[in-house]
Design a binder for this molecule. Structure first.
Ligand code: MG
Ligand code: MG
Length: 266
């Protein structure tokens, strides 16, 4: 069942998502070679709690194993999603790390993810990041009244596959609101004109998870970490948005993250 949101609820969603954007910016400030993913996790948890919210991912249940121990997912290089922050996972020059962050503030959820560069990355990896972020925004452009969810899926898939990348199939975008995961599912692959209609008040997270090589993945024995089988890198960008006055209005933000990256990398 799709739960459309009122204007008041969209404002609460915006607050939760702006806090996610601010948290990602705090992380952007400390990402550099030598930093552990556990350090990033501590920065995130403290910032989220200091702002009166809960890190939604902490304690997130897993039907196959232990609950999630981190406040953010830290997925390095060939880890596609759900990397668990660890003291012994140390970032190195040339790595990429996707940081997925969720907050619960005043009863509503924020959810957004950004793939960061650790120092200078290869041109090949930079192209993967650029294409995945472009796909996110093409998906957002397709998320307007008069379209269907499949139009978003098609926009993401066609852009990434045209660049020679693959779309990971096992994880999808989603409705979001009082729960982090609500209906509808928003796959990153699909056909135009398929799926639920996009209506005002719909709140969704679009989140392309794109592999440089093949789309095949596996789950590690910790029952969280998801890696590409060919160990080629994967990128992940996510925004939460509300359909408002016919168009997608992005509730999360990369603005501060991109300002920090521009200062770092020029
Ligand atoms: Mg997320
Ligand atoms: Mg999500």
């Amino acid at each position: 069942m799709i739960i459309l949101k009122t204007e008041e609820e969209i404002e609460l969603m915006r607050a939760a998502n702006q806090l996610v954007g601010a948290t990602l910016a705090e992380i952007a400030k400390v990402i550099q070679p030598g930093v552990s993913t556990a350090q990033l996790d501590r920065v995130a948890e403290e910032f989220i709690r200091d702002n009166g919210a809960e890190p939604t991912f902490k304690g997130f249940p897993n039907p196959y194993g232990p609950a999630f121990t981190g406040s953010i997912c830290t997925s390095v290089n060939d880890v596609v999603v759900h990397g668990v922050p660890r003291e012994d996972c140390i970032l190195r020059e040339g790595d990429i790390i996707s940081v997925d962050c969720g907050t619960l503030l005043n009863g509503f959820n924020g959810d957004s993810c950004y793939t960061f560069k650790v120092g200078q990355v290869s041109d090949e990896v930079q192209q993967l990041l650029t294409t995945t972020k472009e796909a996110l925004y093409l998906g957002i452009q397709a998320a307007s009244v008069g379209h269907r969810i499949g139009d978003i899926s098609y926009a993401v898939q066609s852009h990434c596959e045209a660049a020679g990348y693959s779309v990971v199939r096992e994880f999808v975008g989603h409705g979001i609101g009082r729960n982090m995961h609500e209906d509808p599912q928003v796959p990153n692959y699909g056909r135009r004109g398929n799926g639920p209609q996009i209506k005002n008040g719909l709140c969704i997270a679009i989140e392309p998870m794109i592999a440089m090589g093949a789309k095949d993945i596996y789950l590690e024995s910790d029952k969280w970490t998801v890696r590409t089988q060919d160990h080629k890198p994967a990128a992940h960008f996510e925004h939460t948005m509300a359909i408002h006055h016919g168009k997608a209005e992005i509730l999360s933000t990369f603005e501060e993250v991109e300002r920090i990256e521009a200062a770092k990398f020029g």
